[in-house]
Design a protein around this ligand. Structure first.
Ligand code: R5P
Length: 310
């Protein structure tokens, strides 16, 4: 097995390599002066089972291009099997046409990854499970429950706890958490009655006197979580925390969360946390390195990956 790291999240790639007790493959993934990506692999990969670790997070297009160019380099170097390990799969939110004459960019990215030469994909907490169907190669979509459920049990216990989906689209994910923790489930239904009128947040389910945990796949601006926390407290929740897999945390998000009624935000390192995220009081980062490392070990030995969730 060989592990090749792009530049998007080197610390995660190193932690995965340490879990698997292998060295990262020696390679140069760099830029020409005009920002073209150039890759040079410095060891033989002929006939090898190679895993490229690269989240397509900010800067999304550069990181995606690195992934494609690395894949092409490996294919031309006769790697036997290439797995694109994309802990955060950017463009996943563009998974349908929201209006006429708009693209389905998630499908385009799936085509690009396949066409570049990947034989399979390993990713985590896809925005929508159906994105697996955009690929005609095998896709393993890991869930964050094996990581987050034990963390919730250890740090918060389950007394008076309710899991909350911040929108209707996330209900299946939230139900998975609630089931594993054996606690109740609530849903926030966001509605804009008329264009130009502010959104109304209806809380569906019992949250009065409960400690609520919002679960989501992505926190980007933080708006969804902060508004949901306010709505839950207004409905009588005693405290609100959030567990979110991918900390996109674009400009202003960390200070928005700091100023919000959210008590704590737990994210993973699927996207490399910035310095601002690392020092933020309310934000805690869980590492997915053991989970991804274990999935890679199982793919390499043709063992079951889904049994990771049993
Ligand atoms: C949307 O469907 C996603 O699951 C997240 O809720 C959304 O991307 C969060 O975005 P923001 O943090 O900008 O509200």
């Amino acid at each position: 097995m060989k592990l090749l790291a792009g530049n998007s999240n080197r610390p995660l790639a190193e932690a995965i390599a340490a879990y698997l007790r292998v060295e990262l493959t020696r390679a140069k993934v760099q830029r020409f002066n005009d920002m073209e990506v150039f890759v040079e692999i410095h060891e033989n990969v002929r006939g090898e089972d190679v895993f490229i670790i690269q989240s397509t997070s900010y800067p999304a297009n550069d990181n995606l291009m690195e992934l494609l160019v690395c894949t092409d380099a490996l294919r031309r170097a006769s790697a036997k099997r290439i797995t694109a390990v994309v802990p955060y799969f950017g463009y996943a939110r563009q998974d349908r046409k929201p209006g006429p004459r708009t693209p389905i960019s998630a499908k385009l990215v799936a085509n690009l990854v396949t066409e570049a030469g990947a034989h399979r994909v390993l990713t985590m907490e896809l925005h929508a499970g159906q994105i697996q169907g955009f690929f005609d190669i095998p896709v393993d979509n890991l869930f964050s429950t094996p990581l987050m459920v034990p963390d919730i049990k250890a740090n918060l216990g389950t007394d008076d706890l309710t899991i909350v989906s911040p929108d209707v689209g996330g209900v299946q994910r939230a139900r998975g958490f609630a089931k594993r923790l054996d606690v109740g489930l609530a849903i926030i239904d966001k509605r804009r009655e008329r264009a130009g009128h502010s959104e109304v947040m209806n809380v569906i389910g019992e949250v009065e006197g409960r400690r609520c945990i919002l679960v989501d796949d992505i926190v980007d601006s933080g708006g969804t979580l902060c508004n949901a926390a306010d709505a839950l407290l207004e409905a009588g929740a005693t405290a609100v925390q959030a567990y979110v897999t991918h900390g996109v945390l674009s400009a202003g998000a960390v200070s928005r969360i700091a100023a919000s009624s959210l008590e704590r935000l737990v994210i993973t390192d699927s996207i490399r946390p910035t310095e601002g995220v690392r020092v933020a009081d309310k934000v805690r980062v869980l590492s997915i390195a053991p989970l991804i490392g274990e999935a890679i070990a199982r793919i390499a030995s043709e063992a079951s990956v889904s049994s990771l969730f049993d």
